[in-house]
Design a protein around this ligand. Structure first.
Ligand code: ATP
Ligand code: NI
Length: 351
């Protein structure tokens, strides 16, 4: 039997969501508009004889002060989502839908439908920062970290006199020894390159930061340092979309967690709620795979994004699946709108 959980106050206000209802996305419980409102974002890559369904009908909202973690297995579309928001996808990509950004200063912009010129001038780096997943390849090889950082700071309003001290301050914030700023990118370890990339993204103080696996290559104390830095940013009114494999990290610092599976968000809920009582069977499976829980991997493998089954893409791996799962799980009366599942788990219900 499937019963449904009563949506919480926080969860009930935003109905256009994982499963894609028609209600307007992005209004918080108190009516505040989101800083970023992603509405029906879809990305397809055209290959010679196949189409990759990398992101499908994705809805999410990030409010000022919010840290949203996007989690999910490798290849589910997390980095493509970040790149789509910044107009950084290659020519074989088709992007549809909307991603409205309302920066605290400046006009609202639809990131999906604005020109490359506008994205380059007003958005990338300035309104939306990116910590890329592979920083070593993103860093310009012929400039030292110090020069890269000072140039970035000066491009965003720092004077020539202020820039050196500001560069050292930002380096220190991310746990990078200012002495290491004089190295060239190829002289940096993976962890140093990671911290430099984070410093470069933070230097212009963007209202929204997209951080794609920002703790890769860092040892435990630096992981914690970076996570705390992101949390403090949000506590000071900034907003962060954190892409991570690390569920423990998401649990520690995120306000909201969005779980992606095979190009879709299948569940998005306040962090404590999601960890206490996952509703989508895939979320439950991810949590069961944690060493401190059952340590049992999700059985089977994710589908190829060139060959997704009709309806729920998780159904072939799901022990709750029935015939109805061959249809897309759109929200219906009584189904919590943030959970894209015909048979969600509920508090107290037998799994
Ligand atoms: N330029 C491209 N052309 C074709 N397919 C692509 C392209 N870029 C990404 N993809 C595909 O899109 C899908 C999503 O990739 P993405 O990099 O977003 O995964 P991810 O969730 O970030 O994984 P990971 O956790 O490993 O970083 C993958 O199947 C990937 O192969
Ligand atoms: Ni990625």
């Amino acid at each position: 039997m499937t019963t449904t959980r009563e949506p919480t106050a926080a969860g009930s206000a935003d109905t256009a969501d994982a499963a894609g209802s028609a209600a307007p996305a992005g209004t918080a419980a108190d009516g505040r508009p989101g800083l970023l409102e992603v509405d029906g974002l879809t990305v397809r890559f055209q290959l010679r004889d196949a189409v990759v369904q990398a992101v499908t009908d994705l809805h999410l909202t990030v409010h000022p002060g919010e840290l949203l973690a996007v989690v999910g297995e490798s290849g589910c579309g997390k980095s493509v989502l970040a790149h789509a928001l910044l107009g950084l996808l290659p020519g074989n990509a088709t992007v549809t839908g909307h991603a409205r950004l309302r920066p605290p200063t400046g006009a609202q912009v639809d990131l999906v439908n604005s020109s490359e010129r506008h994205l380059a001038r007003a958005v990338r780096g300035r309104a939306v920062g990116l910590v890329p997943q592979s920083p070593a390849t993103a860093l310009t090889p012929v400039r030292t970290g110090r020069r890269l950082l000072e140039e970035t700071l000066r491009a965003h309003g720092c004077t020539r006199r202020e820039a050196p001290a500001a560069a050292e301050r930002v380096a220190d914030d991310v746990g990078l020894d200012p002495a290491d700023l004089d190295r060239y990118p190829h002289e940096l370890s993976g962890g140093m390159a990671q911290r430099l990339a984070t410093a470069l993204a933070l230097a212009p103080d963007p209202p929204l930061l997209l951080a794609d696996e920002p703790t890769t290559g860092l040892d435990r104390p630096l992981v914690d340092h970076t996570l705390d830095l992101l949390r403090r940013r949000c506590d000071a009114g900034g907003a962060v979309l954190l892409i991570t494999h690390d569920l423990a990290a998401a649990r520690r610092i995120a306000d909201t967690v969005a779980v992606m599976y095979a190009s879709r968000i299948v569940e998005r809920r306040p962090t404590a709620e999601l960890f206490a009582a996952p509703a989508h069977p895939y979320t439950a499976g991810l949590l069961d795979a944690l060493p401190e829980r059952a340590f049992r991997p999700v059985p089977g493998h994710p589908p190829m994004l060139t060959d997704l089954p009709p309806g729920c893409a998780f159904a072939p791996r799901c022990d709750r699946a029935t015939d109805v799962c061959r249809t897309s799980p759109a929200p219906s009366a009584g189904t919590p709108a943030r959970i894209a599942c015909h048979h969600p788990l509920t508090l107290g219900a037998p799994a």
